[in-house]
Design a protein around this ligand. Structure first.
Ligand SMILES: Nc1nc2c(ncn2[C@@H]2O[C@H](COP(=O)(O)OP(=O)(O)OP(=O)(O)O)[C@@H](O)[C@H]2O)c(=O)[nH]1
Ligand SMILES: Nc1nc2c(ncn2[C@@H]2O[C@H](COP(=O)(O)OP(=O)(O)OP(=O)(O)O)[C@@H](O)[C@H]2O)c(=O)[nH]1
Length: 509
């Protein structure tokens, strides 16, 4: 399982700046999906090949006794208790404050590894910046600059040092005997009721004790002749011979169980409006590349008018989930769960499908024949062939020329064509473009200006020169999804959850 890093520190030390830096590549994956907003508090990151999850706790207020700050402190304490490693951020310019000491006191009692990050240390002598923070009693502090990136790699290396590198285990897991299912959703949507309904009905096979605290508890069960493992999200506890879901909502458990699952069942509450939290959890599932089934719960006792109202509201708000099956269920009455599991199976099949190169290419060529990729300036994108670049989620790599000039709308058109042809229902799908050299890219500027075509076209050609993609284009590898992440790196990041952190230009599921 991916290790989870939790960022703590008093307000304004730079946690969200660091969070953005640690998670910046994720933006490219899920941008451009209508209606999808992202939570600024949790996301994916990578150090080289090593993936991790990161959670920004935002204003940790250990001194608050009641009200909203108290609630925030409670959530932070829960995150700290569930973290794999903690990054404790302090402000190297402000020096130690009483609040820092208070937080340090709590962290010293925590058994998890803690790294002290002394932020805003750019332009300062590293040793000097970090020196006074030794007195926090949490080991060697590291001087960093979240804004400029200095020291961030060393910080990550230290924070992740305790965790073994993930090996090819995941690929093996894919074919494991039982299909791993996570049932997730915000508090009170009925997850526990659903889990109890599932487990209560079914014969228990085994109960896996957690080997370490990082391993989620899983419960095996059989349904319709197939084996599943339900990954613990709601806090499954054994009560005599039955299992009971008891614990309260936990962000980290939710993230980890999504990561550990083959298929995620996202439970929504038909009687409540869709909230940002619902959309954020869904967004995280897509980011993780997990197959997804939606269960709209509490469907019992609603009249026809109310039901149609709810359906159209869901459609409007969750358009970015149109690749997934929606089921309208009642966990309380045990209705509709069979259909949910049928979709779970189908989504997993789609996620792990083998897509043959000849068929992919045929679908691509047919799609291009039905609708030619529109010209973009002087560029006429040309689609040549496609092959599968990965599974779970499926990755389709398309080869051709000037593919970085394809519009988002055309990309979505291609995605629909692949989804229809291969019946890829319930799984995110990633499309990558591998474009051949741009004939203008290698020429010297002088030569280019001599040969410059007129008008729009000329501006297009010159404009490309400074684009961040040029290097990778030369290498014959423009992977569109990655392009923006690079350009979003510098400068100030917005903090609003709606702001999309530097708005990637385009991306694909
Ligand atoms: N000089 C300098 N300023 C920084 C650095 N990192 C963050 N800042 C600034 O510090 C201020 C606070 O940064 P945030 O990332 O919002 O801090 P935070 O800890 O998330 O704050 P809360 O959300 O209130 O908890 C902003 O004005 C940042 O621009 C850094 O490395 N160097
Ligand atoms: N009418 C109706 N009520 C339901 C249904 N499923 C759950 N509920 C009720 O919704 C409430 C919340 O259900 P839980 O199963 O505790 O929800 P949860 O998502 O596990 O909530 P947390 O434990 O807080 O994460 C309870 O009062 C349930 O009885 C349903 O299908 N129909």
């Amino acid at each position: 399982m991916k290790p989870t890093l939790v960022l703590v520190g008093r307000p304004n030390v730079g946690k969200s700046t660091l969070f953005n830096r640690l998670t910046r590549t994720r933006d490219a994956l899920v941008a451009d999906m209508p209606g999808l907003t992202r939570d600024r508090h949790y996301g994916h990151g990578k150090l080289g090949d090593r993936p991790y999850l990161v959670v920004d706790t935002g204003g940790f207020e250990p001194l608050a006794k009641d009200g909203i700050l108290h609630e925030m402190a409670r959530q932070t304490e829960q995150a700290v208790a569930e973290a794999d490693a903690i990054v404790f951020m302090v402000d190297g310019r402000a020096g130690i404050t009483p609040q820092d000491k208070e937080i340090a006191k709590k962290l010293r009692r925590n058994p998890r590894p803690v790294v002290v990050a002394v932020n805003k240390a750019e332009g300062m002598e590293r040793g000097v910046a970090a020196a006074e923070f030794h007195t926090l009693g949490l080991g060697e502090p590291l001087a960093i600059s979240a804004a400029h990136g200095d020291g961030v790699r060393a910080l990550l290396e230290q924070a992740l040092a305790h965790f073994p590198e993930e090996e090819a285990a995941e690929a093996e897991d894919e074919r494991a005997a039982s299909l791993k299912v996570a049932i997730v959703g915000r508090p009170n949507v009925g997850k526990s009721t659903m889990i109890n309904a599932l487990l209560g009905e079914e014969r228990m096979i085994a109960f896996d004790q957690p080997g370490t605290t990082r391993d989620a508890i899983g419960v095996d069960f059989e349904r319709g002749g197939r084996r599943y493992m339900l990954i613990d999200t709601a806090g499954l506890r054994r009560k005599g011979r039955v299992f009971e879901a008891i614990e309260k909502f936990s962000v980290i458990k939710t993230l980890q169980s999504i990561e550990g699952a083959n298929v995620v069942v996202l439970v929504l509450d038909a009687r409540q409006d869709i909230s940002d939290q619902d959309a954020h959890i869904a967004g995280f599932v897509i980011e993780s590349g997990r197959a997804l089934v939606i269960a709209v719960n509490k469907w019992d006792g609603l009249d026809a008018y109310r039901r149609s109202q709810i359906k159209s509201a869901l459609e409007a708000r969750l358009r970015f989930l149109d690749f997934a099956d929606f089921h309208y269920v009642s966990a309380l009455k045990g209705l509709g769960l069979n259909l949910v599991f049928r979709s779970v199976d189908a989504a997993y099949r789609a996620a792990t499908a083998d897509l043959s190169t000849p068929r992919l290419t045929r679908v691509l060529i047919d799609a291009a024949a039905r609708q030619t990729p529109p010209r973009n300036g002087i560029f006429r994108p040309k689609l040549r062939y496609a092959h599968q670049g990965g599974r779970n989620p499926p990755v389709i790599v398309i080869h051709g020329n000037a593919l970085d000039k394809l519009s988002d709308a055309y990309s979505r058109y291609l995605e629909r064509a692949f989804r229809d042809a291969f019946r890829l229902k319930g799984t995110p799908l990633r499309i990558q473009y591998n474009t051949s050299d741009n004939p203008f890219a290698e020429r010297k500027p002088a030569e280019r200006s001599r040969r410059r075509p007129r008008g729009e076209a000329a501006r297009g050609a010159v404009g490309r020169q400074g684009a961040p993609k040029t290097d990778s284009a030369k290498a014959g590898k423009v992977v569109k999804v990655a392009a923006k992440a690079v350009s979003g790196e510098s400068g100030k990041f917005a903090k609003s959850p709606e702001s999309g952190i530097g708005k990637p230009r385009r991306a694909h599921r």
